[in-house]
Design a protein around this ligand. Structure first.
Ligand code: WT7
Length: 656
């Protein structure tokens, strides 16, 4: 008997064909072409990846084996020698791209800076020499705790250049979270700034570093390098703390890239939201370079003239793969923005697009829902005609938000690529290729070539179309994580043992439920821990949320289960309303009725709780774990250190 799978209830029928004009100029021009590449890659994944590695990247020495697969441990391009900073910088300097804008940066107060490939190369080389001077050697780890300023990217590339692994810690993390990560990675150097500008205030960073390493809290840290950004007064410990600009002034700009083994560690990135010991996701050099490069090139159809903007923070995988490494490896122009929409300028994103002529814009559904709430008069007051492509990532996007993004931001002209992937996968796994794939609002569509994705039950058996199940990957890919830093056993347990290996084949599973429709389109239903089991029917909470958000009064919704004697679990919906709406009993029952209408009686929320805001992590993920506790009247358990706004919890407790 196999386990019951997740019931899928969302039906979305709209279909958007690629624009023929767009397809004509795209890297991948038709569904036929995609299918040919996909089938070729499926028949011989190693030949497929080897050919791309050869044509897309520079290698100092060619590999002798494409893939060494000792499940669940993969090595790609074995014995190949490569340096990702060379591929992101040096190789462009011998072409016309030498003086092309590599990085356009916009600070929140309105200052901005553009670095050409030649200029970026120069600063990276200088910092690589500074790191060496501070005793950093190949194989060491460096912590990076920075605001969104060019120096963050420069520090990452300088690490890569000398073969030190970076671990970027999101600037919104507390001193405690920072300390845990520095300790786990045994970082020798921390690169930080006095602070950064965000939402019209100064976010202090150096004081947090001081706290993290005080009283020998992170004994591996020998030096701290500090960028002066906000110019507020900070404590500088003689001998330990150094100003970036002081050391840069005396540093040579000559620093040849270290030839790295393809499997040398490039970075550790700690996953957010976990309790207990942080989980360090390890990515290595050659495979990651190829994967972040080719996924961005094809899925975002990168062209030479694009100005590409990803709104993520460099502290997340999206910032690694799709602000820094993917775009620069492709020789593209990548834009970085320090700030966030704020009361003094809710439309600042649209200003940035207009000012810099952004052509590709990549953001998250949570941001899109916030834009909807702020009102379409903000984007409408700007000229967004430069945009030609939009992207989304981070959680399933509800079709209402998708349609708003398409109409209001994309002017019904820009394809939307909904990219499904994870910190662990290194790059896009399921995504439209905009010149080839017709899109359906809410679906990440089809797997990237070389990605053998499937939906199975707990025994590893494929489930029929339109039935929910566990989203798995059947064959290793170059961008996959290699291990959990210092804990290979945890890697095996977390990702490779939930679904039993079948016929000797290991299935990668990282926690998402999904269904595949009759066209082979994937519909990600969210984490499997975000399911509610009502009367033996396991429902994806996202689908109920999506139904709620499609009601005109609702801005955002988060749905959790609460234990129920009769049904097993009952649905509790936390709902924020559009600005002009007031909570009332009538509205609560109208919303319940609306869900019944959209999905069916099985999904009727037992309870609607109106609230001003939802508890979110700083990366914008709703912390449903906390809402589950609240809904079932339990004490709030576990880690709340990743909460963006702590007062939300008190309001929810008091006001519920
Ligand atoms: C989880 C990974 C990958 C960068 C951002 C998040 C969810 C991500 C989508 C999407 C539906 C998505 C999944 C996944 N997710 N993108 N397009 N559609 N769900 O990285 O923190 O590693 O989270 O985010 O649940 O497992 P992450």
């Amino acid at each position: 008997m196999s386990q019951p799978t997740i019931e899928s209830i969302l039906q979305e029928k709209r279909l958007f064909q690629p624009n023929p004009e767009f397809s004509q100029h795209a890297h991948i021009k038709s569904l036929d072409e995609y299918q040919q590449i996909y089938e070729k890659a499926k028949a011989d994944p190693q030949a497929f990846w080897a050919e791309l590695a050869e044509t897309e990247l520079d290698w100092f020495q060619k590999w002798d084996t494409v893939l060494d697969w000792q499940p669940p441990f993969a090595k790609w391009f074995v014995n190949g020698k490569i340096n990702i900073s060379h591929n992101c910088l040096d190789r462009h300097l011998t072409t016309w791209r030498k003086n092309k804008a590599a990085l356009i940066w916009e600070g929140e107060p309105g200052d901005s800076r553009t670095l050409t490939y030649a200029q970026l190369h120069r600063e990276v080389c200088q910092m690589a020499n500074v790191f060496k001077q501070l005793g950093v050697q190949k194989g060491d780890r460096i912590g990076i705790y920075m605001p969104m300023i060019p120096e963050a990217a420069i520090a990452m590339l300088a690490c890569a250049r000398i073969g030190a692994a970076h671990t970027v810690i999101f600037g919104g993390f507390s001193a405690e979270a920072l300390k845990d990560r520095l300790v786990d990675a045994q970082a020798k150097l921390v690169v930080t700034a006095d602070g950064g500008f965000r939402k019209d205030t100064i976010v202090p960073l150096k004081p947090q570093v001081d706290k993290a390493i005080a009283d020998n809290g992170a004994p591996s840290v020998e030096n701290v390098l500090v960028v002066q950004r906000t110019k507020q007064q900070v404590n500088m410990e003689p001998g330990r703390d150094h100003w970036w600009h002081d050391l840069q002034a005396g540093a040579s700009a000559n620093c040849p890239p270290e030839p790295m083994d393809s499997e040398d560690m490039l970075f550790i990135l700690y996953t957010s939201g976990t309790t207990g010991k942080p989980k360090g996701v390890v990515h290595t050099t050659g495979g990651y370079n190829l994967y972040s490069h080719i996924t961005l090139k094809w899925a975002f159809d990168l062209q030479e003239t694009d100005v590409y903007w990803c709104t993520a923070d460099v502290g997340w995988i999206t910032g690694h793969s799709y602000i820094v490494y993917g775009p620069l490896s492709n020789g593209a122009t990548t834009l970085m923005y320090e700030g966030a929409p704020r009361a003094s300028n809710p439309g600042c994103f649209w200003d940035v697009i207009e000012k810099h002529g952004v052509t590709i814009f990549y953001t998250a559904p949570t941001a899109i829902r916030a834009f909807i709430k702020m009102g379409e008069h903000h984007p409408k007051a700007r000229n967004l005609a430069s945009l030609r492509l939009l992207g989304t990532v981070g959680e399933p996007i509800n079709p209402e938000a998708w349609m708003w993004y398409y109409r209001i931001i994309g002017g019904e002209r820009c394809p939307i690529v909904d990219t499904w992937w994870q910190t662990e996968t290194g790059g896009f796994m399921i995504t439209p290729l905009p010149g080839a794939t017709a899109t359906k609002p809410g679906s990440a569509t089809l797997p990237f070539p070389g990605i053998l994705a499937d939906i199975v039950d707990l025994d590893g058996n494929p489930v029929p179309h339109n039935e929910g199940g566990y989203l798995v990957v059947r064959h290793p890919w170059p961008g996959m994580m290699r291990t959990v830093y210092g804990d290979p056993d945890r890697f095996r347990r977390t990702y490779w043992e939930h679904i039993a290996p079948k016929d000797g084949q290991y299935l990668y599973f990282a926690g998402d439920g999904a269904r595949c429709d009759e066209d082979g389109y994937f519909w990600v239903m969210g984490r499997v821990d975000d399911v509610v089991n009502v009367s033996g029917h396991r429902l994806g909470t996202m689908e109920v949320e999506s139904a709620l958000v499609s009601h005109p009064a609702v801005a955002e919704a988060a749905v959790v289960g609460k234990p129920d004697d009769l049904k097993g679990e009952d649905i509790v919906a936390f709902v924020t309303l559009e600005g002009n709406q007031k909570p009332s009993e009538e509205l609560a029952s109208a919303l319940k009725q609306h869900v019944v209408k959209e999905i069916g009686a099985i999904a009727r929320p037992g309870e609607i709780r109106f609230t001003d805001s939802l508890p979110k992590t700083r990366s914008g993920k709703i912390m449903r774990r906390l809402l589950r506790n609240l809904a079932s009247g339990q004490e709030l358990a576990g880690d709340t250190s990743t909460l963006e706004d702590r007062t939300v919890l008190d309001k929810l407790r008091g006001g519920a």
